[in-house]
Design a binder for this molecule. Structure first.
Ligand code: XIL
Length: 387
């Protein structure tokens, strides 16, 4: 096995695991989340009231992530159109799937997504150009700084250029900051020891934004990460963003991913983090929102996979209520900051179509029904109007 194969193995296993799960789920006659004979503990939720995208139309766009439209049922595609304004490609535009080797591009699925969204009046936000995960080793192999820079430039120029004018913006750099940290690292950018950093130094961020801006001067360009709303990692994100802005980097926004877990959401820090980013003149989007009912938190690729349970225990009505309360509290923070938040995107479509399958993290259940969290989010904005 070559080094490259070894590096790709975790991703292969992850996608194999996800595929097996998807097949097993699709084959089950009844939703896996409700064992035969078990009482339906879910509180009744109105399935036909105001949709989330209409409820928030004067606030921000509501998004979902998915590699549309192949492999989605007509019912699921109907839900995307009914509830959402904007789509993030969940995987198909990431470096490994779209650009597996230097001379090979796989545009079939991304082109299909762009076409389907145009036909159905959905906007698109691109994800992601420069990341340490889901990126094949050819970008770095036997390359000095100049060679790797050229490969990055070609990758970004070709991809962003192809969809110029069709994609509203891009997560240009994803997850560049280390986890954890302490009082000392909080004073620094604390960059992750990624192959991009090793090959190009901290300038890799500057250049990625520059190349994306050259390829589409109208695209909104984002730095996207998880856990940057709190603690030393938040402080490091501020150090990094200030450096980029000082150097004149064309960056317009920060993406707070938002892979949280009910009962462990840093609400106060989040509220302050949004203000902090806005004070730099940046917009803020919530780019990958999901709130698990149980199981591991943390957004880094791989971690959630190992942490998620394969036993699909149905959520209790208390679980669903706690999740609804968490979502309502989050959206009340987003509403407060609506002037600087253009978009809130959920990472998936339903509790069947989520990378955290089994943890019931989204607002439509695995039967495509609105959950209590859905109703609570709509109520949060209506409540506000009555105040
Ligand atoms: C996840 C996808 O949802 C999975 O299907 C895939 O196997 C791994 O990546 N942070 C990100 C997203 O920026 O790209 C990740 O998406 C979730 C964590």
């Amino acid at each position: 096995m070559t080094l490259q194969h070894k590096r790709q193995l975790p991703f292969l296993l992850t996608s194999m695991g996800a595929t097996l799960l998807a097949v097993a789920t699709a084959m089950a006659a009844e939703p896996a989340s409700r064992p035969a004979g078990a009482p339906n503990s879910a509180p009744a939720v109105d399935q036909h009231g105001l949709t989330i995208k209409d409820a928030y139309k004067n606030h921000f766009l509501i998004g979902m992530a998915g590699d549309l439209s192949g492999r989605y049922s007509d019912e699921e595609l109907g839900l995307v159109k009914e509830h959402f304004d904007i789509v993030t490609p969940e995987n198909c535009m990431k470096p490994a799937p779209i650009h597996p080797s230097q001379d090979a591009w796989r545009f079939e699925r991304p082109d299909a997504l762009v076409e389907w969204c145009a036909d159905n009046n959905l906007a698109i936000f691109g994800h992601t150009l420069v990341w340490h995960a889901q990126t094949n080793d050819w970008f770095f192999r036997d390359g000095d700084k100049a060679a790797v820079t050229q490969r990055m430039k070609d990758h970004i120029g070709t991809l962003v250029g192809r969809y110029k004018g069709k994609i509203q913006g891009w997560d240009v750099v994803n997850e560049a900051i280390n986890d954890g940290g302490n009082a000392e690292t909080a004073q620094t950018e604390n960059l992750r020891n990624s192959p991009w950093l090793r090959a190009m130094g901290p300038e890799f961020l500057t250049l990625a934004f520059k190349f994306a801006h050259e390829a589409d001067p109208d695209a909104k360009l984002y730095y996207n990460d998880y856990g940057i709303e709190a603690g030393p990692k938040h402080a490091s994100s501020m150090v990094l963003l200030k450096r980029l802005l000082k150097d004149g980097v064309p960056i317009h926004g920060v993406g707070i991913q938002g892979h949280w877990s009910t009962g462990r959401i840093p609400y106060v820090a989040l509220d302050k983090a949004i203000s902090d980013y806005a004070s730099l003149g940046l917009e803020v989007s919530i780019t990958e929102l999901d709130v698990t009912i149980r199981g591991a938190s943390g957004g880094q690729f791989g971690r959630g996979f190992r942490g998620r349970g394969f036993n699909v225990t149905p959520p209790s009505s208390e679980d669903l209520k706690a999740q609804a309360d968490a979502y309502a509290r989050l959206f009340s923070i987003f509403i407060k900051h609506k002037d600087v938040i253009p978009r809130v995107t959920f990472w998936g479509l339903s509790d069947r179509r989520t990378w955290r399958f089994g943890q019931h993290p989204l607002i439509l259940d695995s039967n495509n029904q609105r959950k209590p969290a859905y109703a609570a989010i709509v109520d949060a904005v209506q409540q506000r109007r009555m105040d």
